[in-house]
Design a protein around this ligand. Structure first.
Ligand code: FAD
Ligand code: NAP
Length: 340
């Protein structure tokens, strides 16, 4: 654990060239515990990193980074369910493929989401009408500062739209080590999202849904290996029925989806597009042409460019629609998490 100046560029999918002072890999829970306790004892601040696909490193970080490399998948079953125990460092998309190849359906709508299994509960990842909370049975974590291992039932994880207790009360107090998933043997396809609606409910296979999701994502989203990005930069805002009615009266073509709560989810991509920001550049950061919810790194983006882009998009959308966009990825500065 020698302290140096280590670039994190290869470890974040936006490709920001920020550095940290120490970088270590935790390959087991005991190694993870050892690192956490040692950093705490030395009063070295630290953050944990999975695949780096949902964070923006705005500055060099004056602390240590622990890469989560815990591996392993085990399965048991009863007459109704498959129960999976999956280590935090497994690739999420790798897990989706593993399940399909072992004839366990239920994750296919969330194919091709980058990153690790341990990060999935943090923002309750979701896509095409399925979210992590729908398949989660429990989440196990190392509690900080003490280092005890705790297990939370899914019902206690406070899962919500791209939210969980790990972004709230347990922020910076929990390093997720493994998760428990429960997949029903009586599989029901979820086909309500546009690109899946052409598939036939009574005959579609999990593999066909997987293929359709991978196909649309490959066509629509920039590949981080080619054009750095962290997926959607903003959450889709949720507004009251009254606010939606007002917006709809002013913008008849607004893209929105009613929620069971009576509120309405507005497509943030539509707001950004309508604000004329598609393709707009802020230094090395650009608003993606195909999906304006995604900010991309045109090669030499800096943390300052990212902050400028986020602030400018927010201000323009707010002035036009009265909606304040919330950032989806976590943002870090020199001292740790730093909100833009
Ligand atoms: P990281 O970026 O490494 O970390 C994200 C945050 O979680 C950080 O604050 C980190 O400290 C914390 N963290 C990571 N691991 C742990 C752990 N074990 N314990 C505690 N804290 C931890 N997201 C969606 O929800 N749906 C999508 O469809 C989707 N599509 C995407 C498409 C692209 C092209 C990209 C680049 C991103 C997309 N994302 C999507 C966002 C991202 O992939 C997910 O949020 C993913 O879960 C992040 O995983 P990660 O391992 O890369 O997390
Ligand atoms: P899209 O299909 O163009 O739809 C735009 C938005 O409308 C989506 O964000 C989605 O919200 C919502 N939506 C569409 N159909 C819906 C339905 N039947 N019921 C309720 N809401 C609906 O979206 P997209 O950008 O191509 O993304 C497709 C899916 O992949 C979405 O689920 C999206 O969340 C996910 N995705 C996420 C990220 C990320 O980084 N978070 C990146 C890429 C894709 P939701 O976002 O709530 O689903």
């Amino acid at each position: 654990m020698s302290a140096t100046h280590i670039s994190l560029k290869p470890f974040n999918t936006f490709g920001l060239d920020a550095a940290c002072q120490t970088l270590v890999e935790a390959n087991s829970v005991s190694e993870l515990l050892q690192y956490c306790l040692a950093f705490q004892k030395r009063q070295t601040p630290f953050i944990v990193l999975g695949g780096g696909s949902n964070l923006l490193l705005l500055e060099n970080y004056q602390g240590a980074v622990i890469r989560i490399q815990l591996k392993g998948i085990s399965v048991h079953e009863d007459s109704s369910f498959y129960y999976l125990t999956v280590a935090a460092g497994e690739s999420w998309h790798g897990l989706v493929k593993y399940c399909l190849s072992h004839h366990m359906a239920g994750l296919e709508n969330m194919a091709l989401i980058p990153g690790t299994v341990g990060a999935a509960p943090i923002q309750n990842i979701g896509a095409y009408g399925l979210e992590f909370a729908d398949v989660c049975e429990w989440v196990e974590y190392l509690e900080l500062p003490g280092g005890d291992i705790k297990r939370l039932a899914a019902s206690a994880c406070e899962f919500d739209y791209r939210e969980s207790i790990f972004k709230g009360e347990l922020r910076d107090k929990a390093v997720i080590t493994q998760v428990g998933l429960k997949l029903a043997k009586a599989w029901q396809p979820r086909l309500n999202y546009g690109p899946l609606q052409h598939l036939a409910t009574d005959s579609v296979s999990p593999q066909q849904i997987f293929d359709a999701v991978c196909d649309v994502r490959r066509r629509k989203l920039p590949d981080p290996k080619v054009l750095g990005n962290v997926g959607s930069c903003f959450k889709n805002p949720i507004v009251s029925a009254a606010q939606y009615a007002q917006l709809h009266s002013e913008h008849g073509d607004i893209a929105a989806h009613p929620l069971p709560s009576g509120e309405v989810k507005i497509a943030a991509a539509w707001l950004i597009d309508k604000a004329g920001l598609k393709g707009k550049r802020f230094g090395g950061v650009g608003v993606h042409d195909g999906q304006p919810l995604v900010l991309v790194n045109h090669g030499d983006a800096t943390g300052t460019d990212v902050a400028l882009a986020v602030q400018s998009i927010r201000a323009r959308v707010q002035s036009l629609f009265g909606i304040v966009l919330a950032l989806e990825p976590r943002t870090y500065g020199a001292q740790g998490e730093r909100r833009i």
